[in-house]
Design a protein around this ligand. Structure first.
Ligand SMILES: Nc1nc2c(ncn2[C@@H]2O[C@H](COP(=O)(O)OP(=O)(O)OP(=O)(O)O)[C@@H](O)[C@H]2O)c(=O)[nH]1
Ligand SMILES: [Mg+2]
Length: 325
């Protein structure tokens, strides 16, 4: 008989990162009487109903059998954490999920783990990469990738952060909207249109990233603009790539004046190049004509996850559980 416990079947919610859903699913297992004892009036095997979930939230309860039940609270991290703590207190401690029971169709443990990881990753490029890794783990390929390469490849699974900085009113938000393929940020021919920094999940050249659109930077600015930038700065400091934007009339701002370190990983991007050439950049783009956009996406992806890393031979420990099986 299995000891009582609970497992979160949906992605683990994490602050500021993609991964949580609107509804979470928590699997609770135990003996018939232990499961009966979870609610003031027991839910019968085969029953689906709406209940108070241990006083933490209201949600759907499905009792699949006498010993297995699913609880479905709202998926925000606070609710999920509180429900986990309440289950722990009720005698159902957390158990790591077993991907082989979630993916019984997998032919091996590495394949089950890869399917589990894929269910949480947003990058299209994760699919061929992980399938090739499954083959290598199954074949028992000797050689392991070095730690730095393994860490870089993690960006395929957990979206890295890209922050676009530059002078006001040069097209930073327009670029984000174009890359996202929808209007996610306000754009207008008025400096200071973007006041609060916003983060948007989008895919660039096959890689999912968290793109932060920032208020424009101007070294003479004060008041609200300066306050908005002070609020935004910590997000830029934790960025994996800073997109340093300029156009023909507005040079890129000085990193030190913005309170950012010189050593930040940079991609220099020229905007609105249909209005005039932009000097000293890695790639020139125009949202209006579409020039340079594929090159920008490719260059950003290369800086975050270089081809050289994707093409490495050897096994990648993409999940610690691979070594436990
Ligand atoms: N010609 C031309 N105009 C563009 C291009 N991209 C954006 N614009 C225009 O530039 C103006 C400013 O665009 P935004 O995207 O709001 O600029 P921003 O840098 O986000 O501005 P702030 O939020 O104020 O810092 C708008 O009028 C856009 O239509 C482009 O590629 N070519
Ligand atoms: Mg803007």
């Amino acid at each position: 008989m299995t000891a009582p416990g609970h497992t979160l079947l949906t992605p683990v919610p994490a602050a500021g990162r993609a991964g949580s859903g609107a509804i979470a699913v928590v699997c609770v297992e135990g003996s018939e009487s232990e499961i009966d004892g979870l609610f003031p009036s027991p839910v019968s095997p085969g029953e689906v109903c709406l209940r108070s979930l241990l006083g933490v939230d209201h949600g759907i309860v499905v009792r699949w059998s006498s010993t297995v039940m699913h609880l479905m609270p709202h998926g925000g991290q606070y609710v999920v954490r509180r429900l986990g703590a309440a289950l722990d207190e009720a005698g159902f401690p957390v158990r790591p999920s077993d991907p082989r029971s979630t993916f019984p169709e997998a032919r091996s443990a590495p394949e089950a783990i890869a399917l589990d990881v894929l269910s949480r990753s947003y990058s299209p490029m994760a699919i061929p990469l992980l399938l090739e890794q499954v083959r290598r783990w199954e074949a028992g390929v000797d050689h392991r990738m070095d730690a730095a390469a393994e860490q870089t490849l993690q960006r395929v699974l957990l979206p890295p952060v890209v922050a676009a900085v530059g002078a006001p009113n040069i097209g930073k938000s327009s670029l984000l909207n174009k890359l996202a393929g929808r209007r996610v940020a306000l754009e207008a021919d008025v400096p200071g249109t973007t006041r609060d920094h916003i983060g948007v999940a989008l895919v660039v050249d096959g890689l999912a990233v968290q793109w932060i659109d920032l208020p424009g930077w101007d070294d003479g600015m004060g008041g609200l603009e300066a306050d908005a930038w002070d609020l935004a700065r910590p997000s830029v400091l934790r960025a994996d790539l800073v997109l340093l934007c300029s156009d023909e009339q507005h040079p890129a701002p000085d990193l030190r004046e913005m309170g950012l370190g010189e050593g930040m990983p940079l991609l220099r991007c020229g905007l609105r190049c249909d209005r005039g050439r932009v000097d000293g950049v890695d790639v020139e783009t125009s949202v209006r004509t579409g020039v340079g956009l594929p090159e920008l996406a490719r260059e950003a992806r290369q800086r975050l996850v270089p081809d050289a890393c994707l093409d490495l031979p050897g096994r990648w420990l993409f999940e610690p559980r691979l070594e436990q099986d």
